[in-house]
Write a protein that binds this ligand. Structure first.
Ligand code: GUN
Length: 315
């Protein structure tokens, strides 16, 4: 029998993020008509280059959508107590609806304590235990941006969630756990896998919907994927080894040229070879990552509304 060539659907995160940002801009205009400007404060400690790039991008997007933003840049030497005082000030400010503490923080700073110090109503990252609890119990609140972005991609691409076997690889508080909870809330049958999981391929092969969030380049291989599955790749890993680049992208002249120029190539948590047998997949870059900032903007507007008792559907 002649073998049919599989043509997987590429889920364009950039386009979906664009739609969401357009919708947020409309909501911001509606709030402006009522004299309200949503405000986001971003705390960036020290000089971590990757964090600086992310934060600049967040602040820039605020500007594009009409959201007020403020960047606070304390030095690396700041103490937990000084950070707590900074957060308390922002909690008390009427013009600030969202507070984001860019992670990772320096080792000497107590990250857990700080994340718990952010008012749950201003916790636009959705990292506060109160918001984790709200998500778990199905109450309105602020949900973590990356997992919320995954759900948006699936819904806006008309991909089913209800009744699907969803497997989440990775159990972080920021992505894996909340992603599993959101998929469960949308009536998927959810399995969470992690580094101690026995027979990971046996489980992932049963997935209609596979979310990879472990932070290891190409960890999920083609042999671990059911043909036709939807693959959601949350990983953003920089590969700096030429042999690895060739292994992930054999014969890919464009990537080889990019590697020669920059000395690294970005690879997700899913081996690109697995995408070829998928039904649909999110590319890296241009997939889930593109949604994170859009969802942060949406959460900032949501926080501005919730804090003022404005219904979310009312616009
Ligand atoms: N560092 C990397 N991603 C994130 C994020 O989504 N939020 C925060 N606060 N820090 C991060």
């Amino acid at each position: 029998m002649k073998e049919m060539k599989n043509t997987p659907r590429i889920l364009d995160g950039v386009a979906i993020a664009g739609q969401i940002k357009d919708e947020v801009a409309v909501e911001v205009k509606e709030l402006a008509a009522r004299g309200i400007t949503p405000g986001l404060a971003v705390i960036l400690v020290g000089e971590v280059p990757a964090s600086q790039i992310y934060v600049r991008s967040k602040v820039k997007t605020c500007g594009e959508l009409g959201i007020y933003s403020e960047m606070l840049t304390p030095p690396e030497s700041i103490t937990t107590d000084e950070m707590l005082a900074l957060v308390a000030e922002l909690n008390a400010r009427e013009d600030i609806d969202g507070i984001l503490i860019q992670l990772p923080l320096p080792k000497h700073v107590d990250t857990k304590r700080l994340l718990e110090a952010v008012s749950p109503d201003k916790d636009v990252d959705g990292f506060h235990p109160v918001n984790a609890g709200r998500l778990q119990s199905g109450q309105p609140g602020l949900a973590p941006c990356t997992p919320a972005g995954i759900i948006e991609i699936l819904k806006r691409s008309d991909l089913p969630i209800s009744g699907q076997n969803a497997v989440v690889v990775g159990r972080s508080d920021i992505v894996g756990k909340p992603a599993a909870m959101m998929l469960l809330n949308a009536s998927a049958t959810v399995t969470i896998c992690h580094s101690k999981t026995v027979d990971l391929p046996g489980i992932t092969r049963g997935a209609d919907l596979l979310v990879a969030a472990i932070g290891r380049p190409g960890y999920v291989t083609a042999e671990m994927v059911k043909p036709g599955a939807t693959l959601i790749d949350v990983g953003i890993n920089r590969v700096t080894d030429a042999a690895e680049v060739e292994r992930f992208f054999p014969g890919d002249a464009k990537r080889a040229a990019s590697f020669a120029k920059r000395g690294s190539v970005v690879v997700g948590d899913i081996d690109p070879a697995a995408f070829a047998i998928a039904g649909a997949y999110t590319p890296v870059p241009g997939g889930v990552g593109a949604l994170t900032i859009a969802m942060l903007m949406k959460n900032t507007v949501t926080a501005a509304k919730l804090r003022r008792g404005i219904s979310l559907k009312e616009g």
